[in-house]
Design a protein around this ligand. Sequence first.
Ligand SMILES: O=C(O)/C=C(\C=C(/O)C(=O)O)C(=O)O
Length: 290
Amino acid sequence: MDADYLPFHASPSKPEFKVPAGAVDAHCHVFGPADKFPYHPKRKYTPCDASKEQLFALRDYLGFARNVIVQASCHGTDNAALIDALNTAGELARGVAVVDPAISMEELKQMHEAGVRAVRFNFVKRLVDTTPKEVFLSIAEKIKQLDWHIVVYFEAPDLEDLIPFLKQLNTTIVVDHMGRPDVANGIDHEDFQRFISLMAENPNVWTKVSCPERLTLQAPDYSDVVPFARTLVEKFPDRVLWGTDWPHPNMKSHVPDDGKLVDVIPLIAPTAELQQALLIDNPMRLYWDK
Ligand SMILES: O=C(O)/C=C(\C=C(/O)C(=O)O)C(=O)O
């Protein structure tokens, strides 16, 4: 583990908000254990181990029923830890993989059998080296045969240049963490308005209204992020997902309490109908009903 790496919260609080039965944690990871699933040699950070057993125990503790487990950059294109967790969880988990462009259809079909339903394209410069867009487009072409979608992770200043590429993908796109808006700019800033326009003009674009802990300027108070997430939930109620982002890699400001993150949900989705869509209907339609 990196010397400055903050491990996940050892004893998160019990949420006050009771998530509805069948709720899905639609963005989380498994890390290692390193002695069984080594971290990628070209990784940009080395996390603490965060096992499938710990993830599933948190799922149950917070009151969730299912997980969508997302491949993180510290494992590169070696999805073994992800697949192992999917094989253990069976119907209670689905996965988002990071793949090499040379991957065969046979390998992709095996991943599908394990529960993978998407690939992830990561554009965050502190996490990955730049990948030529042609590489991503070749992967996007391959996964069409499996009806998978594409999860993208980028930062708000990068969106304008990315839009032409995103429009080439011609499939469902799920944007991690609202495209990481700079909350200091407020929701009327051109960057966040550009993201709203992207979703308004492209019905194939979804977003995760997650990670207030990464975006807040006043940790552990997440109220400055609520307007961003609530705006997206209310404008696009059928195209939003929520996740804990456990085990919270690369946190520097604080160690998020997962129970407190769950308690943000009723602030960003203030009605039972919005919570049902955010936590159950949308993730089930995207990851289980296909
Ligand atoms: O876990 C997250 O979604 C956010 C981060 C890391 C990754 O996504 C990753 O390593 O793939 C981050 O912002 O450092």
